[in-house]
Ligand binder design. Structure first.
Ligand code: PD2
Ligand code: ZN
Length: 286
């Protein structure tokens, strides 16, 4: 092969990056290239340019990760398996560091679950998701559930649950959005998504005026579906079983995929599913 005809293709660049990221020494990469017919000068140039571009790319990606902010965090460091929810003891069933996920056992009593479902039933409407362009909301095929919102503190029951959650996750009750109750019929699901608002979308600035970013979520299971309906975290292959009265809490200290908080509601296979979701903001939610 003559030097003049040797063009550095995208495939070759990808191969060089793969070798370097697998820990290959530069001299070994060049040796492998010359062995397969590359001129040594061309190989050296290709290596240098490719790795410099790759380092620039990694630096740019790192720079675009926003700095972390304080997030709600239950007092689980002492290893106590039961937490004081103020008016109720709540069990810690699972703790995961990244993503930060904690599964609570018995956050709600059966009676509280049933009461939330009955209060929500007459008010259900097809669930909407945020429209990124405007900050408004609309019906979306990725979210085939029906739902309704309770204003914060709307009734005694809601207020009591909100205060229990605030105490458990050490986050002011005022920073919480109103509780949302969702109902899924068989086949309904909530495709994987992040609960934070993506800063690149034009509508986000408007949404953030009401208390800043979301930094935590509590999904409470109000019934136990016959089959399906778990809450999935695809980045780490975790699925939380939807058991009546239990809840999954997760936090995200920046609006970025590094938090690994991609999550979804798996399709309900048999029966129906009821949940109540509480989203927590950085500041007072007005
Ligand atoms: O219903 C669920 O399991 C679920 C899954 C993912 C709820 C939400 N997200 C949510 O309300 O944000
Ligand atoms: Zn969600």
């Amino acid at each position: 092969m003559s030097t003049a005809t040797q063009t550095v293709t995208e495939d070759l660049r990808r191969w060089i990056i793969a070798q370097a990221e697998a820990g290959c020494r530069p001299e070994d990469i060049v040796a492998a290239m010359t062995k397969s017919g590359w001129d040594e000068d061309v190989a050296l140039d290709a290596l240098e340019n490719t790795l410099r571009d790759r380092l620039d790319q990694v630096a740019r990606e790192r720079a675009s990760i926003p700095p972390p902010v304080p997030v709600p965090e239950p007092t689980v460091g002492g290893g106590h398996p039961v937490l004081d929810g103020g008016d109720r003891e709540v069990r810690v069933l699972l703790k995961m560091q990244s993503p930060r996920v904690i599964v609570f056992g018995g956050l709600l009593s059966d009676e509280e679950c049933d009461a939330l479902v009955e209060l929500a039933k007459p008010k259900l409407a097809r669930s909407e998701t945020v429209v990124n362009a405007t900050g408004g909301s609309e019906v979306n095929a990725a979210r085939t559930s029906e739902g309704m919102f309770f204003d914060r503190g709307a009734i005694g029951l809601v207020d009591r649950i909100e205060r229990r959650i605030a105490r458990l996750v050490n986050w002011p009750v005022e920073n919480g959005e109103g509780i949302q109750v969702l109902h899924y019929s068989p086949g309904a699901e909530y495709k994987p998504h992040h609960d934070y608002f993506d800063p690149v979308h034009p509508g986000t600035a408007t949404i953030l005026q009401r208390g800043g970013q979301r930094v935590g979520t509590v999904v409470m299971y109000l019934n136990t579906p016959a089959a399906g309906g778990g809450t999935t975290f695809p980045d780490v292959g975790l699925e939380v079983a939807p058991i009546k009265g239990n809840a999954v809490f997760f936090s995200y200290d920046r609006a970025h995929t590094v938090t690994k908080t991609l999550h979804g509601g798996a399709p309900v296979i048999d029966g129906e599913k009821w949940v109540a979701t509480k989203w927590l903001r950085e500041r007072v939610f007005v």
